[in-house]
Design a protein around this ligand. Structure first.
Ligand SMILES: [Zn+2]
Length: 414
């Protein structure tokens, strides 16, 4: 798929610090230590509805990961998938009486516009499942060859469905650290099918779904006509585009289980045990006490805010005002606070001379390198802006220096 245009990234003097990030798997802060190129994989959207603030918070968080790594002198190879064929998309298209492919294209376009407006640096590989089918089918075949897949017959399809046998996988549970009870509690609501008769383990993930009437399907050698399960797509795309180990494997915290657990299990099923060095997860954004979700319908859409004339930089500031791992509720007051802040920053950055910004830039760098502490970075800019407006300063270059740093590090173009 076509990615979106990259924002201009201003050069800033000096070098940023090495990034320490919270690893879900170990529960510890760990330094990201890439080789020549930092490999970043973040799970993308299922394009059946527009980007809400919860999505935007996740993609902005991992945008910060890329910015901090770049500022620390690394080249970043960023890959993101698009789940452009899956049950929720097919169901929505059927409900709305449109072709699933048209729905996916329209929503993926809107997502690209939202990401562009929010100054999110695009992935080099922005890969739809449909275009990656040959690569995914190859991984499915390798899973069969390794003996880690099994077939389940169907009443409503000609070929069998394929499942991964989790007893052939090593380290299952190591990503989430969850107990089996915790896994079973969310498996069904997050796309799993524990009640499917004949499964060797109720948690075994669907690998390949045989063609049903009215559902899209594809034919590959050695496989029944059908389409891939959800988790295998990310494993296949990541192995194909990035290779292992991925330095940071990321997504929203609702992907910890089953998605990321199963993604790693898929890799183990074909003998790849060093899938990712670090798994990072962003918190959930809620509205009125409930997680924003399509099924609940309590969405605050980025595109709607933009349509209403809200400055995308104010939207980004709403997101950055929360630490990426925290769960928080959106309120219109948060947007007002961000708008006032943005105005204040603009005012302070438009003065002719100001206080030196060197310490503020250093604080931003230190805050972001410390598990992406954007709220602390924002507080430092607030303090600089208030002091500049109250007391003034005599450095001509300061507003330019800070303005470029805000753009390069926080993605806020003032
Ligand atoms: Zn994924």
């Amino acid at each position: 798929m076509i990615s979106w245009p990259p924002p201009f990234l201003p050069a800033i003097p000096g070098n940023g610090l090495a990034l320490r990030l919270h690893d879900t798997s170990s529960g510890e802060l760990r330094e990201v230590t890439p080789g020549t190129v930092a490999r970043l994989y973040v799970c993308g959207i299922t394009p059946y509805d527009a980007t809400h603030l919860g999505h935007a918070a996740t993609y902005v968080a991992f945008d910060l990961v890329g910015r901090v790594l770049r500022d620390n002198g690394h080249e970043v190879h960023y890959t993101q998938n698009v789940t452009d064929v899956d049950d929720p998309l097919l169901e929505r298209a059927k409900r709305d009486g449109i072709h699933w492919r048209d729905l996916a294209v329209a929503e993926a376009d809107l997502y690209r516009e939202d990401m562009t407006a929010l100054q999110v640096i695009p992935p080099q590989d922005y890969i739809g499942v449909v275009e990656a089918l040959p690569v995914i089918a190859d991984l499915v075949r390798r899973t069969i060859e390794s003996g880690a897949a099994y077939e389940l017959p169907n009443d409503d399809a000609e070929g069998p469905d394929l499942y991964v046998d989790l007893s052939h996988v090593s380290g299952f549970g190591s990503v989430s650290g969850w107990t089996r009870e915790q896994m079973l509690a969310v498996f069904a609501e997050r796309g799993g099918d524990p009640d499917r008769p004949g499964k060797r383990d109720v948690l075994d993930p669907l690998l390949w779904r045989a063609a049903r009437d009215g559902e899209p399907s594809w034919e590959f050698d050695g496989l029944p006509a059908g389409r891939p399960g959800w988790h295998v797509e990310c494993t296949a795309i990541a192995l194909d585009r990035l290779g292992v180990p991925i330095d940071v494997n990321g997504g929203g915290s609702d992907l910890i289980f089953p998605h990321h657990e199963m993604t790693v299990a898929q890799a183990s099923a074909i003998g790849v045990e060093d899938y990712a060095r670090l798994h990072a997860h962003a918190g959930m954004v809620g509205l009125d006490g409930h997680k924003m979700s399509k099924s609940r319908g309590n969405l605050v859409l980025v595109s709607k805010l933009r349509e209403d004339g809200v400055d995308p930089m104010a939207i980004r500031l709403v997101l950055l005002a929360h630490h990426y791992r925290s769960d928080w509720d959106y309120t219109p007051e948060l947007l007002t606070v961000a708008q006032v802040r943005l105005e204040r920053w603009r005012e302070a950055l438009s003065v002719n001379t100001a206080l030196s910004a060197d310490e503020t830039v250093a604080t931003i760098r230190a805050a972001l390198a410390d598990d992406l502490h954007a709220p602390r970075a924002i507080a430092a800019v607030d303090a600089w802006a208030e002091q500049t407006l109250a007391v003034g300063g005599d450095e001509q270059s300061a507003p330019g220096v800070l303005g470029r740093a805000l753009d390069a590090l926080l993605g806020i173009r003032v």
